[in-house]
Design a protein around this ligand. Structure first.
Ligand code: NI
Length: 195
């Protein structure tokens, strides 16, 4: 769910959209629509076949990015299923969108592991992984919160931000789609993004 309201911050009128479940991040914009918080930035990761992919490779097309991990019990599979349904509803237009899944668990999510996992979802979703440091740098650039939570027997899970982020073809942040967003609203946002 996304709530919008106007507020005055330091004499500056801004519109704030708070995405529930998005790690508590406030998406503040100036009246001109420029985000006050920079979301997105340089990254260098690898696709499931080991080829390098950087933020620059995404330019020229609008982009949807979601951070998660393949061992996620619920949020990630639900979100990736939702994304597939949005893409289906967009029809051929969806081919003009980069759809990126970035793991927050590079130790377990190798290229082959992500490839096997993504076979359960829409084939247009591209998976990226990298070293622990490269993933941490990407997550930081995209303001993604995540934390390893120990489980029994040396296992762990990862607590993480759940929002899907949309960027225009120049790589500028446009809007989040909150977890559990109404499908009609998500498709409307993607349709607007694709122009
Ligand atoms: Ni998850």
């Amino acid at each position: 769910m996304i709530r919008r309201r106007s507020l005055v911050l330091g004499g500056l009128a801004v519109a704030a959209a708070a995405a529930a479940g998005g790690g508590g991040l406030l998406y503040l914009r100036t009246k001109g629509g420029k985000p006050l918080i920079k979301i997105g930035g340089p990254f260098a990761l690898s696709d499931v076949d080991g080829r390098t992919v950087t933020d620059r490779d995404l330019l020229g097309k609008p982009t949807l990015i979601y951070f998660g991990f393949t061992y996620c019990p619920e949020i990630c599979p639900t979100t990736l299923t939702d994304i597939g349904q949005w893409l289906d509803r967009l029809g051929p237009k969806a081919d003009r969108l980069n759809v990126i899944f970035i793991t927050l668990d590079p130790e377990r999510d190798t290229g082959p592991q992500i490839k096997r996992y993504l076979a359960n979802f829409d084939p247009r979703i591209r998976g990226l992984t990298g070293s622990v440091e490269a993933v941490a740098a990407a997550a930081k650039a995209y303001r993604i919160y995540y934390r390893k939570v120990p489980l029994e027997a040396g296992e762990y899970t990862i607590d993480h931000s759940t929002a899907v982020y949309l960027f225009d073809k120049r790589g500028e942040f446009v809007a989040p789609i909150g977890y559990g967003s109404a499908p009609d609203r998500a498709v409307e946002q993607l349709t607007a993004l694709l122009g």
